[in-house]
Design a protein around this ligand. Structure first.
Ligand code: FE
Length: 218
């Protein structure tokens, strides 16, 4: 079964004025779609054709021969994750367990925001800024091109695309302004909280010795 482009979780105009319909038309409708199409072409007739997206990403990471497959597969996953990292009327502050863990890990929410902005700003060239969970601690990381927390064996909570195609139509060269808008107006903290809760329950299952079945395979 070939991969399909997942629809955006909201209308193309839903993130305006912070991210325009035109940006989503190109970013989701052209860039993201192309990654899906390239991936399907690259894996056609190969064993990987029957694997899950996550398995393809893990198996091709670091392989020169499979670099194109990795890049396209990871970019499909990263964009699916990015669209879910935003919502209309997002931003503001997280609450509950996520808010506590951010305070524990960064001191306070503003320090987290500064670190996230700095990571996105200083990613040289194309890449991503992420909030991840690494054991008990939450961390901000940046990755280049298509690389993602999955291949670093970490759990992603929230992602911001800092490739030029993510912001040039709306912000031209002002990448920082897009990252600020992402944090202050778009970030979906409920999505991040769900990812944190899911990561916590898988740690608890591992600690209690429950077999995770397919989820533990890589
Ligand atoms: Fe992108």
């Amino acid at each position: 079964m070939p991969f399909t482009l997942k629809p955006l979780p909201y209308d193309r105009t839903a993130l305006e004025p912070h991210m325009s319909a035109r940006t989503l038309e190109f970013h989701h409708g052209k860039h993201h779609r192309k990654y899906v199409e390239n991936l399907n072409e690259l894996i056609a007739g190969k064993t990987l054709e029957r694997a899950s997206l996550e398995t393809i990403i893990r198996k091709t990471f670091g392989s020169k021969k499979n670099e194109k497959i990795f890049n396209n597969a990871a970019q499909v996953w990263n964009h699916d994750f990015f669209w879910q990292s935003m919502k209309p009327g997002g931003g503001g502050k997280p609450t509950g367990e996520l808010a506590e863990r951010i305070e524990e890990s960064f001191g306070d929410f503003d320090s987290f925001k500064e670190e996230f902005l700095e990571a996105g700003k200083t990613q040289f060239g194309s890449g991503w800024a992420w909030l991840i969970v690494d054991g008990r601690k939450l961390k901000v990381i940046k990755t280049a091109d298509a690389e993602n927390p999955l291949v670093l064996k970490k759990t992603a909570l929230l992602a911001c695309d800092v490739w030029e195609h993510a912001y040039y139509l709306d912000y031209q060269n002002r990448r920082s302004d897009m990252i600020k808008a992402f944090l202050e107006r778009l970030a979906d903290w409920d999505f991040a909280a769900e990812n944190l809760a899911a990561a916590g329950s898988s740690v608890r299952r591992r600690e209690s010795g429950v077999n995770l079945g397919h989820a533990s395979r890589s």
